[in-house]
Design a protein around this ligand. Structure first.
Ligand SMILES: [Zn+2]
Length: 164
């Protein structure tokens, strides 16, 4: 699913949710949807607010941003994730099968395909739990950090040898 498809689907879901709850769509809600679904990176509320008001198209109060974030959560369009001591918001459509490689060295996150794992997870039966999506994170070191570590290790070994 590419980014445009994700946004299209999310827009439909938002429209359905608003109609179901007798709410109306607003420019603020549209802007939030576009900002959240234009990136794969989880963001803080302040960052989302900044992107929504960029270019001076909209003036949005902090309260409006938080109200809409809560509404989007209830609508299942985004979810809170906790990273370090920060609260971040991320789109939910991607979690219908994301495998992330997380580098413990520099924090870089890359996604991988992993068709075999995907198929196995799709066949999982979750007892007394209605699964709606998943995310798998594999921790380790990226190639750059692995090289850095090796270099450091070699330096230490050399020092050791020189001392002998
Ligand atoms: Zn790294």
């Amino acid at each position: 699913m590419d980014k445009a498809d994700g946004l299209g689907q999310a827009r439909q879901n938002l429209t359905d949710y608003l109609r179901l709850n007798s709410l109306r769509n607003t420019p603020e809600r549209n802007a939030l949807l576009e900002v959240v679904y234009s990136t794969d990176v989880p963001m803080q509320a302040e960052e989302l607010a900044r992107l929504m008001t960029e270019g001076g198209r909209l003036r949005i109060s902090r309260a409006t941003v938080y109200n809409n974030l809560r509404l989007f959560e209830e609508a299942g369009l985004l979810r809170k994730v906790f990273q370090d001591d920060k609260v971040l918001y991320e789109r939910t459509d991607k979690s219908k099968g994301v495998i992330k490689l997380v580098c413990d060295g520099c924090g870089k996150i890359t996604e991988m395909n992993g068709d075999k794992v995907r198929r196995q997870i799709a066949q999982l039966r979750t007892r007394r739990f209605n699964a709606t999506g998943w995310e798998l994170r594999i921790f380790g070191l990226c190639s750059k950090c692995t090289a850095d570590q090796k270099r450091k290790q070699n330096k230490l070994n050399k020092k050791d040898k020189d001392r002998k």
